[in-house]
Design a protein around this ligand. Structure first.
Ligand code: CA
Length: 489
């Protein structure tokens, strides 16, 4: 759950439960210098403002941060350096591991899910899909202290008014005794708990399902799952309807992706659409819109109202599709194939989180300082991939971690991971790290002046193989630069 008015901000972070990505730190602009006296004056003003009516002064003073947290302003203004393709996004969110975790969770919480289904009318696997995408079934809740984050966002930079409301609501949650103050941690923007509710959504829609008098979305799975079902129900969920289907378009059919332009199933049948496997479209959706996440060439979907309720959780169609697809695979209890029937329009599909860990381990083994192995391809990892590609003459050096790069680096890696020895991709501490290349320029020199260590598996045939040479020069400012040395000079 992200805040709808801030969906574009939140997507940067959360979408994949990536909110805590340590790997993104290096590429960010430096954290701003925030004045603590300005911060404290702001909190004094807020305390007496109308937004904080209903928060008693004991609660306010008790949980009032002593310092602002500049890193949340950094996150607020963070722009990712690299764009993600929809197939990269989906393959990380819906991989074998997450489907298996989902099937396990479905068995473990079967009784609870049945009760939730009968009370809210929401299919168990749809609740599980949200849970899996939001917090990896409770494994990734976010560690930022909520009061510090929300108070900082209330006093600095843009969207202050919105965050003031969320800060006040977070204080009310603790004041009500629903959640222990020490459990009030989450994403930088204030989403927290098993299903990552914002405080305002919590106050509106969280439920106490186990009947202990507290709505605990952090430690109590039944409360969290029921609250999710209540959220979907509140957003217009239709009991008994599927979210939609993967479909096949008739040859030569052209249409734009427009999920909101809903038509009857008869309409779509008349247009010649079938299920992706060629079977006739069923009639169990009251209406559906066509979703084409990668245009006419990629997988196509007809999506109904329930897809829209997933969308309302975090305003992104790709995000809603991840929930939808994960829920289908959990329903089928089949983790063997996580792709759609129609392939994405690429010859280099996305990778799973395990493959992301393989790549990170191989980069660490090769001496790239990417921090650690977390299965999240953030800016640090992508920059290292770019350097690796440059050093091997691979063009374009786009920093993308796809299947081809995975094959390349695993083929070149001495890591035991290459043989699948370490399933969880823990750093191989026994292996001495070779020194990291000094910088990207150093690698370019290597590329141009020495023979490439191995034939790149996907170098573009168009890559120039000129005789341009470079010389490394350290300027008076201490910065190393490459100076082009023309032939003959
Ligand atoms: Ca409870």
């Amino acid at each position: 759950m992200r805040m709808t008015p801030l969906s574009t901000l939140s997507l940067l972070t959360a979408a994949i439960g990536f909110s805590l990505a340590s790997t993104a730190q290096a590429a960010r602009p430096p954290a701003p210098d925030l004045s603590n006296s300005e911060f404290q004056q702001c909190l004094d003003r807020l305390k007496n403002s109308s937004k904080f009516r209903g928060v008693d002064s004991y609660t306010f003073n008790n949980y009032r941060p002593t310092q602002p947290d500049p890193s949340v302003i950094q996150s607020l203004n963070y722009q990712p350096e690299f764009q993600k393709d929809v197939w990269d996004y989906l393959s990380a969110l819906v991989d074998k591991e997450r489907v298996e975790d989902g099937i396990r969770a479905k068995r473990q919480w079967a009784d609870t899910l049945r009760q939730i289904e009968s009370r809210y009318g929401v299919k168990a696997e749809h609740v599980l899909g949200v849970w899996g995408v939001e917090s990896n079934f409770g494994q990734t809740l976010g560690k930022k202290p909520l009061f510090e984050s929300l108070a900082t966002l209330s006093c600095f930079d843009r969207r202050q008014s919105y965050f003031q409301g969320e800060f006040a609501n977070a204080l009310k949650i603790v004041q009500n005794g629903d959640i222990a103050p020490s459990d009030m941690t989450g994403s930088w923007a204030g989403a927290f708990g098993q299903t990552q509710f914002m405080p305002s959504t919590f106050l509106e829609l969280a439920v106490d399902f186990d009947g202990d008098g507290r709505r605990d979305l952090v430690n109590n799975v039944p409360d969290a799952l029921a609250s999710t079902a209540n959220f979907l129900d509140n957003r217009g969920y239709r009991t008994g309807e599927p979210w939609g289907y993967e479909v096949k378009l008739p040859d030569g059919y052209w249409a734009a992706s427009n999920r909101k332009d809903k038509k009857s199933m008869s309409h779509w049948r008349n247009q010649g659409l079938t299920l992706a496997n060629g079977s006739p479209l069923p009639y169990d959706l009251s209406s559906a819109g066509l979703l084409l996440p990668a245009g006419i060439e990629g997988p196509a979907f007809l999506v109904g109202k329930n897809f829209d309720t997933f969308y309302s959780y975090n305003a992104s169609e790709n995000y809603a599709l991840a929930i939808a697809h994960l829920s289908d695979l959990i329903t089928r209890e089949d983790s063997s194939k996580t792709d759609f029937i129609t392939a994405w329009p690429t010859d280099d599909p996305g990778i799973s989180r395990q493959q992301a860990k393989d790549i990170q381990q191989a980069l660490l083994d090769a001496g790239y300082d990417i921090g650690g192995v977390d299965g999240i391809i953030g800016d640090n990892t992508r920059t290292a991939i770019q350097q690796y590609q440059s050093s091997r003459g691979i063009f374009p050096a786009d920093g993308r971690a796809g299947q081809k790069f995975h094959r390349l680096i695993m083929g070149n890696s001495a890591s035991s991971n290459a043989q699948g020895g370490n399933q969880y991709g823990q750093p191989a501490n026994s292996k001495p790290l070779t020194p990291a290349p000094a910088d990207r320029m150093g690698q370019l020199i290597q590329q141009q002046t020495t023979s490439t260590p191995s034939t790149p598996s996907y170098a573009s045939p168009n890559q120039p193989t000129s005789n341009i040479r470079y010389r490394r020069v350290v300027g008076s400012d201490g910065v190393t630069r490459l100076i082009r040395v023309d032939e003959g000079s």
